[in-house]
Design a protein around this ligand. Sequence first.
Ligand code: SF4
Ligand code: FES
Length: 248
Amino acid sequence: MKLTLKIWRQKNAQDKGRMVTYPIDGIDGDMSFLEMLDVLNDGLVSRGEEPVVFDHDCREGICGSCSLQINGEPHGPDRLITTCQLHMRKFSDGDTIVIEPFRAKAFPVIKDLMVDRSAFDRIQQAGGFISVNTSGNTIDANAIPIPKNDADHAFNAAACIGCGACVAACKNASAMLFTSAKVSQYALLPQGRVEATQRVLNMVAQMDEEGFGNCTNTGACEIECPKGISLENIARLNRELLSAQLKG
Ligand code: SF4
Ligand code: FES
């Protein structure tokens, strides 16, 4: 396939940035999207030009780092996959592909297509954990009976990989889907109930402090989420938050 790539290049957070056009040839439909970018970068390096910086690690849909806006959609045109799982067969010979970083005030650009998503880490640090008594009297987690339905919902919430596509898809750059997945993961389990009140208050306060926008129930986050995290989690977060505030 012959393609035209329009790629966002930006030296650092202060630079204004610009789109640069790169023609590319010899792309096979079986290549992954990131492999296609590797081919582009090999060519740039061999011509003495700076390669395009993009984030990636596992390349198998687990780490959440390969966050690219492709033709206006987080993780590109497919559903329920990350950018590293997207294959070039999804595109046609002669296509123009526009590749940008995830855009949100809370995700400043580090360079080119790589953004700083440490705001998510700080939301996690504000409450994404449980405290366990390790004095020798710890109850084995598997010895605590949990209704199957609750375990399934907690597991589904825990599937969030922190990629940030929900933020990039949202017109308000809201992090509610991410935060609600993290809150739900614990709220549904007895181990997480102990600190549930403080957890939701702290995580939501951190989310606001990081500069993410508010949720207006548009639902774009759920559509673009590669892990199928449901809006039900946002409803649960709102219930948890209201109950924590009333206790407050
Ligand atoms: S909720 Fe979905 S889109 Fe948002 S960070 Fe988690 S996995 Fe990514
Ligand atoms: S590189 Fe890890 S999810 Fe894509």
